[in-house]
Design a protein around this ligand. Structure first.
Ligand code: UDP
Length: 476
């Protein structure tokens, strides 16, 4: 065998460096497992507490580096955005990731891999990979649609003080609102460095973003994006799915048994991701809406929300709410096994903040969405869901906040919530068509990761390309 063909045969050595937030860590580790399932040597680089929430598997290694708790002033064990309780702490997490750079860099330089797959929040990975003459892929947990939208807005420098149309875009999309200047500049600078990489890894499948956006990205932005997802579909059993992320505060069986007792498509699932907090007034509106709707529901409320006041009375719940809705609904205070819940036939709609993972998990389960974006990429995701793919309806949120801790000033009223939920759950023609389209995308999602599917083939092509890079790498 020639040296070239033996290099092409050898498994790849890949380092994944996820950002310290559930919405980045969970999907990137799932994607790492796609590579591991093809026999490649995968190492996930993180900190001890984050290693604990990784899906336990023996097909990848975990390399940990001490989290600089003392240096940044965070309590022991608070090592990701999900476990922070306020804006100040979340900024300290980001500061910690900057401090972690040196240890990670030393390790990578002493044990160089064939490729680094790092979050775009680690722009320094660019220099590191260049110095080692190895390729670098970037992940940021956004859809390609959103990356295209952000790039268009960035390069065309349009006025964002009111509603605006995304310039030079395959579809005519009018955005009701825009992120503030600070958030935009932060993301724009990260995107600029990300686009110098060898490609974006996308937790989605090409059919969901659509050929028009894949082509637009490659032609207009002249960069490569690899759709390898939906990442959550790597997990087959309910136990595996429930093991993603934090430890669930309810038993999987308890959830499944409860859902088994409900009619098909009758339950509304409500969850706003891992870092999104609403005011007591806003939660009260949600409670009032679901009570008036009369549907079955599972409502996930972050643990810190119900603990933060310190008193026993939860001001965000109407008096006697739980007693009155004992049979109809379940409130989960803390981490829920989301992918398991979405996959149950009783779940008929998902009231979501449009975090990209939640979106693609709903699509993979064929569940229509009621969209309630709050920050970062979520407003663009809403447009893809409601206007382009038409697998959901908007609740009417139009306040783009800086991050999940930034409480919104405008309330989304109980009337708007009820109206939007009815549109997807009342069984009328609009609801029927939305569900039909959602089901079609579910089929496409499942096919995408199966042998011969689009994401499966993309992974094969990417692996081949990385092996060729290795074979052609200049000798040090
Ligand atoms: N998640 C979960 N249980 C929860 C809350 C969140 O399993 O109670 C998972 C969810 O399935 C998704 C991720 O956490 O994989 C959240 O990512 P997303 O992009 O939707 O939102 P973010 O938290 O980044 O805003």
């Amino acid at each position: 065998m020639s040296e070239y063909s033996s290099t092409m045969e050898r498994p790849l050595k890949l380092y994944f460096i996820p950002y310290l937030a559930a919405g980045h860590l969970i999907p990137l580790c799932d994607i790492a497992q796609f590579f591991a399932s093809r026999g490649h040597h995968v190492t996930i680089i993180t900190t001890p507490s984050n290693a604990l929430i990784l899906h336990q598997s023996n097909n990848f290694r975990v390399q940990t580096f001490q989290f600089p708790s003392q240096e940044v002033g965070l309590p022991d064990g608070v090592e990701n955005l999900t476990s922070t309780t306020n804006l100040d702490q979340s900024q300290k997490i980001h500061h910690a990731t900057v401090l972690l750079r040196q240890s990670i860099q030393n390790f990578v330089e002493h044990h160089p891999p064939d490729c680094i797959i790092a979050d775009f929040l680690y722009p320094w990975a660019h220099e590191l990979a260049n110095n080692l003459h190895i390729p670098r892929l970037v992940f940021n947990g956004f859809s390609l649609f959103t990356i295209c939208a952000m790039e268009s807005v960035k390069t065309h420098c349009i006025d964002l003080s009111g509603p605006f149309v995304i310039p030079n875009f395959p579809d005519r999309i009018t955005m009701k609102t825009a992120p503030n200047k600070y958030a935009r500049e932060f993301i724009d600078s990260l995107l600029t460095v990300a686009l110098k990489s060898n490609g974006f890894i996308i937790n989605s499948f090409a059919e969901l973003d659509g050929e028009e956006y894949v082509n637009h990205y490659e032609k207009t932005i002249a960069h490569k994006a690899w759709h390898l997802g939906p990442a959550s579909l790597i997990h087959k059993t309910a136990e595996e799915k429930a093991a993603r992320g934090e430890k669930s505060v309810v038993g999987v069986q308890e959830c499944l048994t409860w859902l088994d007792s409900k009619r098909e498509n009758s339950v509304l699932y409500i969850c706003f991701g891992s870092i999104c907090y609403f005011s007591d007034e806003q939660l009260y509106e949600i409670a009032s809406a679901i009570e008036a709707l009369g549907n079955g529901f599972i409502w996930v409320v972050p643990e810190k929300k119900h603990k933060e006041t310190g008193d026993d009375k939860e001001k965000w719940l109407p008096e006697g709410f739980e007693k009155r809705n004992e049979k109809k609904g379940m409130i989960i205070r803390g981490w829920a096994p989301q992918v398991v819940i979405l996959g149950h036939r009783a779940v008929g709609a998902f009231l979501t903040h449009c975090g990209w993972n939640s979106t693609v998990e709903a699509v993979s389960a064929g569940v229509p969405m009621v969209t309630w974006p709050v920050h970062s990429d979520q407003f663009y995701n809403e447009s893809l869901i409601t206007e382009v793919r038409r697998i959901g309806v908007e609740v009417g949120a139009d306040e783009w906040t800086l991050c999940g801790y930034w409480e919104t000033q405008k309330l989304v009223t109980r009337d708007s919530i009820q109206k939007a939920v009815r549109r997807v759950m009342d069984g009328a023609d609009e609801a029927f068509q939305i569900r039909r389209r959602a089901r079609e995308f579910r089929k496409k999602a499942i096919q995408a990761v199966q042998e011969g599917g689009s994401s499966y083939n993309n992974l094969t092509a990417l692996i081949h390309q990385l092996k060729r890079f290795r074979a052609c790498k200049p000798l040090d």
